[in-house]
Design a binder for this molecule. Structure first.
Ligand code: PBG
Ligand code: ZN
Length: 323
């Protein structure tokens, strides 16, 4: 006697009834890259349909997103001037603080997440302050200014802070800084397990954040390490993170599942720029059925345990879900 698995596959309604995983527009956070100026909407060649935008264009884009049912965005600022400590990211009139204020003023119903890091703002392109002696990012010096950046985002109106620099102790530091400034209800989404990955290439073109020397392997995780990946997320949970994240997503679904099973926080995946670019290029060259593969990929993230998907595909997925 064998089980008739096919019995429940024969009718589309029954397939829908027994489906275990669902993708909804509510699952998504859409990334936006913002720079100063007016009327700027520049496509970057490595990421078709992804733009650097000035604030006025971002405000229009929010309208489009809301029409699609997307209310959550994550912001990346591209400053006019970069320096050794990323001063623009600490300044009330810098690009990120100005963007948050403008968006929350025009669209108070949007949920604004901010990426908290320094690599877009430093002239050397690293995720913190460089230690001249060790020629790497100084962890504790970077923690100090990270707290400042978090409070700046919070005061400008950010709804959630997402630190992506992979400094040790960042969650505890930000939690303390935010609480002391009166933002004890502001959630932190930790980039808790972030690998040192080649999949970030196109992002660094868009965000203009390629390191001018070396790489990020002294702070981001080795893709080969599973146990350390779990420990990183468990540590962030203990430090007070509200949401954990694995990044990149597609090549790390084993890690997503394992963290999901070993922690009790909601989980996000970052479906990164290189993953987006691969599907986009394959689709544009008619090598794959693009819509189908995109949706299959989103289902895989959810099936692996993700509650939240940060993705450049979010708008396309919202359109597909409408059909
Ligand atoms: C900044 C940051 C990066 C990404 C998000 N925040 C890049 C990096 O670490 O170089 C990558 C996002 C993507 O590739 O889509 N720390
Ligand atoms: Zn960074």
């Amino acid at each position: 006697m064998f089980q008739r698995f096919r019995r429940t596959r024969l009718n589309p309604h029954l397939r829908a009834l027994v489906r275990e995983t669902h993708v909804s527009v509510d699952d998504f956070i859409y990334p936006l890259f913002i720079r100063s100026g007016e009327g700027i909407k520049t496509e970057v060649s490595s990421m078709p349909d992804v733009f650097q935008m000035s604030i006025d264009e971002v405000l229009k884009e929010c309208e489009v997103l809301k029409d699609l049912g997307i209310y959550s965005i994550i912001l990346f600022g591209i400053p006019d001037v970069k320096d050794s400590i990323g001063s623009d990211s600490l300044c009330e009139h810098g690009i990120i603080a100005s963007s948050i204020r403008a968006i929350k003023e025009a669209h108070p119903d949007m949920f604004v997440v901010t990426d908290l890091c320094f690599c877009e703002y430093t002239d050397h392109g690293h995720c913190g302050i460089i230690d001249e002696v060790n020629e790497t990012v100084n962890n504790d010096a970077t923690l100090k200014i990270s707290g400042q950046q978090a409070v700046l985002h919070a005061k400008a109106g950010a709804d959630m802070i997402a630190p992506s620099g992979m400094m040790d102790g960042i969650i505890q530091t930000l939690r303390t800084s935010l609480d002391e400034a009166g933002f004890e209800n502001l959630p932190i989404m930790a980039y808790s397990t972030k690998f040192s990955s080649g999949y970030y290439g196109p992002f660094r073109d868009v965000a203009e954040s390629t390191p001018s020397f070396g790489d990020r392997a002294s702070y981001q995780m080795d893709p080969a390490n599973r146990r350390e990946a779990i420990a990183e997320s468990i540590s962030d949970e203990a430090q007070g993170a509200d949401i954990l994240m694995v990044k990149p997503a597609l090549a790390y679904l084993d890690i997503v599942r394992e963290i999901k099973d070993n922690t009790s926080l909601p989980m996000a995946v970052y479906n990164v720029s290189g993953e987006y670019a691969m599907l986009k290029m394959a689709g544009m060259n008619n090598l794959i059925d693009y819509d189908r593969v995109v949706m299959e990929t989103m289902v895989a993230f959810k099936r692996a345990g993700a509650n939240i998907i940060i993705s450049y595909h979010a708008k396309e997925v919202a359109e597909m879900l409408r059909k």
